[in-house]
Design a protein around this ligand. Structure first.
Ligand code: GAP
Length: 459
């Protein structure tokens, strides 16, 4: 399988051409599976994160936020089970040195599910069936072995625990470590949740499909604390909230599905997991996850730190460790799903093709583009005044070069919902041409009405 499948290539090309996503360290020949988010990619990511925070923190009364460190005490990762269990089985081709996730190799070549197999069973299957390397065709594999996905780094002084520290593979643990601080310092009452957005790192064996699976990415995670008896109800309501989020960012509902994890495939901390999967061009794959983490993490941290991490019921004074429902969202996967969902190569009535991103206005990197018909005065002065008014409210762009048609096409590829042209009629009657990205219809709107006209469409 190529790193970037053909079905994604037009989107990858548009991302490079229009400054959404660049390959990482490109001037040094690239650094595999790392990416930079260019001027429009960073706007898109910010809109995703800001809207998520608004919807799940500011618009609710039962949520607070946190920004924890990437580097946690190494004992935290032992307690959470990541040091011993956060690993995949890998296998190497001795001939070409390519590395594969062994379960994926078995599934792809022998069409057999390998989830429950031991390392020895996987090795035997690959060797006995003389599985061919998908890269070079040789049948010469090493034995399968566990590979921990956590990146390690070294600290100068961490005393008796040695100098290894881990880059967090999930943001969740920082929330569990600060659970006690939050309960002690902020007036939260069960049920309540803590939200966090931040970087996570995973030394994935087979990253790929553009930004779908990368080694450095951002997560938007919620740990929602509740009573054990309420877990099923809470789980169901968060599942609905996750669907509501997908709708709010404009993903087509028909492309978002639920996938229940079979019991034998659950993570070590989970008693139930449902993924929201999305129909990506390369196949239906995980977008988000919802897990019932029980009291596993808080209990483990209480046990390993020797601290009391109880919740005390304010009325009954009953003490207990809350249970946790965890909705988790990847920022890059959201960005990729949005790009795939919005991308269209449209054949126009005159036979020309236009490429357009039909982003929902709330996540579009640029909301309005303002064009003077010509660079000359007094058109430019008038256009700059309109731009200044709109820029105070929304992220806008000013473009004065090239034919108007070309300027429209460029904004279509950026997914800008509206373009405004200041022409000679503007000088006569103070109206502008407002052009809608999706319908390409144009209408005349008075400059004084522009804000009230656009506001309901952009929010
Ligand atoms: N705290 C739970 C947790 O980390 P996960 O399913 O391993 O669960 C959560 O990851 C989300 O993070 C995924 O649903 C996905 O959106 C995103 N994600 C995970 N690994 C990723 C990777 N290598 N590259 C990009 N996004 C990733």
């Amino acid at each position: 399988m190529s790193q970037i499948q053909d079905s994604l290539k037009p989107i990858v090309a548009l991302c490079k051409r229009r400054g959404f996503v660049y390959p990482g360290s490109e001037i040094y020949g690239g650094f595999a599976n790392t990416y930079s988010f260019g001027p429009y990619g960073v706007e898109l990511k910010r809109n995703i994160k800001d809207l998520w925070w608004k919807m799940f923190v500011h618009e609710r009364r039962d949520m607070v936020g946190l920004d924890g460190p990437i580097l946690l005490h190494p004992k935290a990762w032992k307690a959470s089970g990541h040091v011993d269990g956060f690993s995949d089985a890998l296998i190497d081709c001795k001939a070409c040195k390519s590395r594969f996730r062994c379960d994926h190799l078995i599934e792809e070549t022998l069409h057999q599910n390998a989830d429950d197999l031991t390392l020895v069973q996987m090795t035997d299957l690959v060797h006995q069936n003389k599985v061919k390397c998908p890269k070079c065709g040789a049948s010469d594999f090493t034995e399968a072995r566990h590979f921990n996905l956590m990146f390690q780094t070294h600290m100068s002084k961490t005393g008796a625990d040695g100098d290894v520290a881990y880059l967090r593979p999930e943001t969740a643990q920082a929330i569990f470590l600060d659970y006690k601080n939050i309960v002690d310092t902020v007036r939260v009452k069960l049920p309540f949740g803590v939200a966090q957005i931040g970087k996570a790192f995973r030394n994935e064996i087979t990253p790929g499909n553009f930004v779908f699976r990368v080694i450095e990415f951002e997560q938007m995670e919620i740990e929602y604390f509740t009573r054990e008896a309420a877990w099923e109800k809470t789980f169901d309501s968060w599942l609905q909230e996750m669907h509501r989020w997908c709708k709010r960012i404009g993903l087509k509902s028909a492309r978002v599905h639920e996938k229940e994890h079979p019991k034998e495939q659950l993570s070590h901390y989970s008693k139930r997991t449902v993924d929201l999967v999305y129909d990506f061009p390369f196949g239906t794959s995980e977008l988000y996850g919802l897990a019932y983490r029980t009291d596993f993490d808080l209990s483990r941290h209480a046990e390993c730190s020797g601290q009391t991490i109880d919740y005390t019921d304010p009325e009954t004074r009953e003490k207990f460790i809350p249970h946790v429902i965890e909705p988790t969202f990847g920022v890059e996967r959201t960005l990729l799903a949005l790009l795939c969902d919005a991308y269209e190569e449209e054949k126009l009535e005159n036979g020309e093709m236009r490429t357009v991103l039909h982003f929902a206005p709330c996540i579009a990197p640029v909301k309005v583009a303002v064009f003077p018909l010509m660079k000359k005065e007094p058109l430019a002065e008038k256009a700059q005044a309109v731009f200044a008014t709109l820029q105070a409210l929304w992220h806008c762009e000013y473009d004065e070069s090239g034919a108007i048609g070309k300027r429209y096409r460029r904004q279509d590829e950026l997914g800008t919902p509206f373009c405004i042209t200041i022409d000679f009629d503007t000088l006569e009657n103070d109206t502008v041409t407002l052009r809608d990205r999706d319908s390409m219809k144009q209408e005349r709107v008075a400059i004084r009405d522009l804000v009230s006209h656009l506001a309901p469409k952009l929010h």
